[in-house]
Design a protein around this ligand. Structure first.
Ligand code: CAA
Length: 391
């Protein structure tokens, strides 16, 4: 049991070592390449190094031994060093995390993309609209009311105003970006889009209804993408007559800043759709990583068990602010776990953790009771003014 007087080093090891172990398991399972695992955490969450490069720098032997000792104490299979970590520790090998490319050749556009559509007006949708418009694309975005459409324009204008204040943008650039935006309250406005990205509510029924509608409305040959973080993309594809055109483009929050897009293919996604989306991701200045249609993809499956463990550590009596500080100081992450939970939203985090727990069936992945309570109390994070911290 972890005592409240736990040192910053102990807090960091308690939370980070299982995350490193988990990353090695992804490599061992061949779910993603070492470069994509590391790039995921670097560009999705702003980490200074990916987990495999970090392991190389700390030394696999030290991490393996610490985990083995912890496993002997907890019996939690998430603490048991995975076979590949054990082997690296014994052989004195390294994972070559950040090194190298994802192994793929430079992607080319196999389908023309000139007009982009976005469905949704929330934080993620607004950020995604900004990303495409700043990259020079005309963007049609669809929301449920004029107020919500105005909110998207306001969000983008505010972001660019901040950049102007810092001397990183100009009024002319801002006007050019705003001129590329066309808001609409009817989905039929998406009919001519070459690619539509949806970022609406994380609810399977709501998203399948949307996909079947997009299937009927959007021109043949268009790519239908989702930025879901927790729903099976194959289920969305199955609600269309063109599952080969359906793909995941998972952006990170805040989308204009975080450079990562997880490109998620189902067994039915056409290779030319995958390649076009990889080319588009690079063209809009993002880093794409490829992975299969599995709960949490790369980043959330590594990130959220760590965030959940932080909540459990706080339940053991360690102060939130000490945990946040330890992670920033000891590991150099840009935000502590509670600061990040408040940015992501406790409702979103809980949904992702439930999804991971259901898919991987690890008792250690059960959502922390405090997280459930925060959501029940409506303390969702920054968006409600209070989450783990108060704003
Ligand atoms: N929208 C647009 N731009 C923003 C922004 C926002 N909401 N917040 C900050 N920025 C910009 C700032 O304007 C600034 O831009 P410049 O560098 O061009 O000047 C830059 O981001 C840095 O901002 P700040 O200096 O104000 O603040 P910071 O250095 O603390 O950085 C941060 C803020 C980029 C968000 C940083 O704290 C960070 O990287 N945090 C980690 C966020 C993270 O892990 N996100 C992933 C969450 S998981 C997820 O999204 C997946 C899911 O499915 C839930």
């Amino acid at each position: 049991m972890t005592a409240p007087e736990t040192t910053p080093e102990q807090i960091a090891q308690t939370l980070i070592y299982p995350y490193l172990n988990h990353a090695v398991k992804f490599l061992q399972d061949e779910y993603a390449t070492a470069a994509d695992i590391d790039n995921g955490m670097r560009f999705g969450c702003g980490y200074p190094a990916g987990p495999l490069a970090y392991l190389d720098s700390v030394g696999p032997g030290m991490v393996r031994d610490a985990l083995a000792a912890r496993y002997a104490e907890t019996g939690d299979s998430l603490h048991k060093p995975v076979a590949l970590l054990d082997r690296m520790a014994d052989e004195g090998g390294t994972f070559h995390g950040n090194a190298g490319s994802s192994g793929a050749t430079v992607p080319e556009f196999k389908r023309d993309i000139t007009r982009v559509g976005v469905v949704g007006t929330g934080t993620m949708a607004s950020g995604i609209v900004q990303v495409f418009a700043q990259a020079g694309y005309d963007v049609v975005f669809v929301g449920r009311s004029q107020d919500k459409l105005d909110g998207v324009v306001g969000y983008i204008a505010k972001n660019i105003d901040r950049a102007i204040a810092k001397g990183k943008s100009t009024e002319e650039d801002k006007q050019a970006v705003l001129d590329r935006l066309a808001g609409a309250t009817e989905r039929v406005a998406l009919a001519d889009a070459d690619l539509v990205v949806e970022a609406i509510a994380e609810d399977l029924a709501i998203k399948t209804e949307l996909f079947s509608d997009l299937d009927a409305l959007v021109k043949p040959g268009a790519i239908l993408a989702t930025t879901t973080s927790s729903l099976p993309i194959a289920r969305l594809a199955a609600s269309t007559t063109r599952p080969g055109d359906v793909i995941g483009m998972h952006f990170f929050n805040p989308a204009p800043v975080m450079k990562l897009v997880e490109i998620v293919t189902t067994p039915q996604t056409e290779p030319e759709v995958d390649e076009t989306v990889r080319a588009l991701t690079a063209k809009v200045g993002k880093v794409g990583v490829s992975c299969g249609d599995r709960a949490g993809f790369i980043v959330n499956a590594l990130l959220f068990p760590y965030l959940n463990d932080a909540v459990k550590l706080a339940e053991d009596g360690v102060e939130l602010s000490r945990i946040d500080a330890a992670i920033k100081e000891q590991v150099g992450l840009p935000m502590g776990p509670f600061e990040l939970l408040d940015v992501v939203g406790n409702d979103v985090s809980l949904a992702i953790e439930k999804e991971l727990h259901a898919e991987f069936e690890e008792p250690g992945l059960a959502p922390a009771a405090t997280l459930e309570r925060k959501v029940a109390e409506g303390k969702l994070g920054r968006k409600t003014g209070e989450g783990f911290h108060t704003y």
